[in-house]
Design a protein. Structure first.
Length: 714
């Protein structure tokens, strides 16, 4: 049952259905109302070792490619829609096959596509390390990019079946995969007409298993006997052949032999390489591989911010979401390769230059405002520090390597590691549902809680028997533990108590941590502590009746209040009872603190943006969005005599009253703004107080409007 729940949860809602018209939402509703029906249907297919014929018919949709001549066949992109039930059974098979290949170590680490824990960045980093290793040996390196033509559409089905046999796949699973490939058809409907075509090549388009089948076939390429110094890396159907050699001639000879053997491998599996997309990339040397070009190459693409401004410039918060969700990831792409050179001044300067244009669009400030001031006004990290943040998270979380950021060292062994869900057979996955009912005052009722107070962390469990308190237990955890970890530890104490007692009747466990209960009720999780709790619960439920319940915190429930009191009392212990690894989320907060400190030091020492620094001396990751007139005060860049004189638009910088006409003159001294200035609630000697009261904003708007009217148009 947990397998099916996990598979259905992976389906995105609002997906187009297949020929039967049954949507994902409908199947999820059926499973919620009658899970036994879905379970029996899937098990029936497993018993007969096949897919129903109607599940092997896909619906063809042709989507026109933008800017193409629609009279040409190649101007359309074919999309095949499968029935949801077919995709569900297909995904269940893929889960079991993935576990089979993973448990036997048959998934090659040099394939970075369609793999848990792998990504473009891991591929970039692995390639960069291979190149660095070659350069350390003072050799020459050549990269050859290869693309498999129509990979998913042309992969030989017999190669897939052969790989399953080699992996000693259980016969019932093998028979189902073989049946899935047979008697497939594609239907195209147009103007009440229907055309049906046999589907005999490749893996079924739109299937859940397609990427897995492609990977297990492609993994055989890593076993090809290549010349010394040659290696292959893959991301889905894109291959990189790396060739090392002492001389140019040596590289040419090795490349020829390697390509010949790779072409022979492709012929064996009835595949072809696309010659039009095959690229030769000899590396150029200047004594070192600096990798300055990637950040510079995206400079022109920063115009993406202009598109966002066209549609969302009037909504600064939405514009900020576009900046953080689209522009930042796009520009920082590839940090797995070039991130190791972030200490170079040229790369740091280039990144911050790229950031400038989007920030101008985001804030609406004058284009003469310095980048350092724009970063503070927008409340976003300088791009070079953002790149350091992305690289540190990647190295510590994904690569599990240590890294120093400023004065702080991040040791990967101090943090939790994620569990690979396919390390366990899908049939062992469990879900433990919970109820929203309150305590009954009968049988055994246990309440757990976790708390953090004065920087210390504690957890507890209290046990009632027919309403009478019979046991309390509290543990202090190390200060680095999170409240969520404390909730898990309290729940663990409860399960340990259940394992120690006699075989009494019903046991009910209550907690106010909804996130913990939801994790236990989910089929798939990568938290090792949750996996352990699930295993313990599964063992206990074989002999005892136990149920899980959620109670609202701090509403007077006696057991919950007692557990909260015990958890807080546990924080006062002199020494921790348990030492837990830090959660991965702590990397984010620790990095944020360190990078904010570095940003603050820069802001204090910066030469530019001093007017903005008067109003906001402390940097923060919160934006200061105001209209364009108030931004003139905030930045000092606007229709002021001092500004016009600075850029040679006026021959003096004096106000009409005879004093220097800058922002602070109009806020403190100018007689022409005295009536408005008297309405402002702020300390003239402490400029940050000006923006502490929202009532000042309309007055500042009027003040700037008046000052603008004093000056001629230039």
């Amino acid at each position: 049952m947990a397998e099916i729940q996990g598979a259905l949860h992976a389906f995105r809602p609002k997906k187009a259905p297949g020929l039967d018209g049954v949507s994902v939402e409908l199947v999820k509703g059926i499973f919620k109302g009658c899970p036994a029906f879905i379970l029996s249907l899937m098990n029936a297919c497993l018993r007969v070792r096949g897919f129903p014929t109607s599940w092997k018919v896909s619906k063809l949709i042709l989507l026109g490619k933008p800017g193409r001549d629609l009279s040409l066949p190649q101007s359309y992109r074919p999309i095949c829609l499968l029935t949801v039930f077919s995709k569900l059974l297909d995904k269940l098979l893929t889960y079991r096959l993935t576990n089979l290949f993973y448990s036997k170590g048959l998934l090659n680490e040099r394939q970075h596509g369609f793999r848990i824990g792998k990504s473009c960045e891991t591929a970039n980093n692995a390639l960069w390390e291979d190149i660095q290793e070659a350069l350390r040996c003072k050799g020459k390196v050549c990269l050859i990019s290869l693309d498999v033509q129509g990979a998913f559409d042309t992969v030989w089905q017999q190669s897939v079946l052969y790989r399953l046999i080699a992996a000693q796949c259980p016969f019932n699973i093998f028979a189902m995969v073989r049946d899935y490939f047979q008697d497939r058809t594609v239907q195209y409907h147009f103007n009440n007409n229907c055309w049906s075509f046999p589907d005999t090549r490749g893996v079924p388009q739109g299937s859940c298993s397609g990427p897995f089948y492609w990977n297990i076939v492609l993994d055989t390429i890593f076993a090809v006997d290549l010349p010394t110094g040659c290696s292959v890396q893959a991301f889905a159907d894109d291959l990189i052949l790396l060739v090392r050699g002492e001389t140019k001639r040596d590289i040419e000879l090795k490349s020829g032999v390697a390509l010949e053997r790779l072409v022979s491998w492709a012929y064996k599996h009835k595949l072809q390489f696309n010659s039009d997309k095959t690229l030769l990339m000899p590396l150029t040397f200047g004594g070192r591989l600096t990798l300055v070009d990637p950040p510079q190459s995206v400079f022109k693409w920063a115009v993406t911010a202009m598109v966002a401004d066209r549609f969302f410039s009037r909504n600064a918060q939405l514009h900020l979401r576009i900046y953080k969700g689209a522009i930042e990831p796009f520009i920082l792409y590839g940090y797995g390769a070039w991130g190791n050179r972030i200490h170079l001044q040229k790369i740091r300067s280039t990144l911050n230059s790229i950031q400038r244009r989007p920030l101008l669009q985001l804030t609406g400030a004058y284009r003469t405002v310095s980048t350092v001031a724009l970063q503070v006004v927008a409340g976003v990290l300088p791009f070079d520090l953002k790149a350091v943040e992305a690289l540190a998270k990647f190295r510590v979380k994904v690569l599990r390597r240590d890294m120093e950021v400023g004065s702080r060292a991040f040791c990967s062994s101090n943090y939790l590691s994620k569990v690979h869900i396919f390390a366990s057979h899908p049939s062992t996955w469990t879900v433990h549902p919970f109820l929203y009912t309150g305590p009954l005052g009968s049988d055994i009722e246990m309440f757990t809680d976790g708390s953090k107070m004065n920087g210390h962390v504690g957890c507890s469990v209290v046990v009632y028997y027919h309403g009478q308190l019979i046991h309390t237990e509290g543990h202090r955890l190390n200060d680095e533990a999170s409240v969520y970890q404390a909730e898990i530890s309290g729940f663990t104490l409860a399960l340990s108590f259940v394992q120690r007692i006699l075989y009494w009747d019903t046991v009910r466990i209550y907690t106010d941590s909804l996130s913990l209960l939801q994790a236990l009720a989910s089929a798939q999780t990568n938290d090792p502590a949750i996996w352990q709790l699930k295993a313990t619960l599964r063992e206990i439920k074989q002999n005892r009746a136990i149920s899980l319940h959620w109670v609202k915190a701090h509403v007077g429930t006696a057991g919950n209040e007692m557990a909260d009191l015990e958890a807080k009392h546990a924080t006062t212990k002199a020494q921790p009872d348990q030492i837990l690894l830090r959660p991965l989320s702590h990397i984010n907060s620790e990095l944020k603190a360190e990078l904010l400190s570095q940003w603050q030091d820069r802001w204090i020492l910066a030469i530019n943006g001093r007017t903005t620094a008067e109003f906001f001396p402390q940097v923060a990751l919160s934006p200061h969005f105001f209209n364009r007139r108030i931004l003139q005060i905030l930045t000092g860049h606007g229709r002021f005599p001092s500004y016009f004189h600075r850029f040679a638009l006026m021959d003096h910088d004096l106000c009409e009253c005879g004093q220097r006409g800058d922002v602070f003159h109009y806020l403190r001294n100018c007689p022409r703004t005295g009536d408005l200035r008297s309405k402002l609630v702020f300390d003239p000697l402490y400029p940050p107080s000006l923006f502490e009261h929202n009532s000042n904003l309309p007055i500042l708007d009027q003040l700037v409007t008046r000052v603008c009217g004093m000056l001629p148009n230039v």
